[in-house]
Design a protein around this ligand. Sequence first.
Ligand code: SF4
Ligand code: SF4
Length: 244
Amino acid sequence: MHSTVAANDFLLKYLLAFWQFYLRSFGILEIFMESNKANLTFSFQQETLRKEVAEGLLFTHGRLSENTKLTVEAGSFLYGLIEILIEKGILTLEEIDDRQLQVAERLVKKNKERGIGILLQEPEHDKYKFNSTSEIDCESRVSLCKASCCRLPFALSKQDIREGVVHWDLGQPYIIAQGKDGYCCHLMGKSRQCSIRQHRPVPCRAYDCSKDQTIWLDFEERIINPEILQEEWPRNATKNQERG
Ligand code: SF4
Ligand code: SF4
């Protein structure tokens, strides 16, 4: 009898120890799986970022190369012309130097005002003070329009860029970033709602689709333009369309 109780006691302890070991191993496994998942997400994000940076650099270098070619071409033409004019005694070198300084100052100012080489909203408004006149019940229409307005490209403002919430296309500064499906990257999948509503740019606040026939053939009658159902829209729209 005594030996049976001892054997039961031993078996119980053995089972308990085994159970604790099992639970611990399972916990460790879970932690391992979680960290593995986090690592995978992190490396995926890194890969996406790397691709975006590479695309941005490609754009920048491509533009630089094109600009260099044009500058060399324009420079050789100009210097050739100046040499002929000096040789013919029509101009002096001093006159050209003097005028060149004045023109350079004018051009630098002009380019600065225009933000040459990139696309930015002009004129710029403070989006948090912007009063929109557009009142559209998107919720009751989105099943028809498929939120097509969020496929229209537009340039961001300096305010958007500095704030860092709205993503822009690194390959095409500073146009809103769009996914492979052509929709703005901030539009949420099935719900078709804006994930950054509080921070959305001015063109999203100002846009009035009721006047846009590339989306609604008849806004009041809720008749959509069938073109929006095509994958290539709005690139193939009868009228070149963008939010602005
Ligand atoms: S297309 Fe018009 S109705 Fe549809 S989501 Fe955009 S603004 Fe709203
Ligand atoms: S920021 Fe929001 S409202 Fe504007 S295009 Fe993107 S999803 Fe649409």
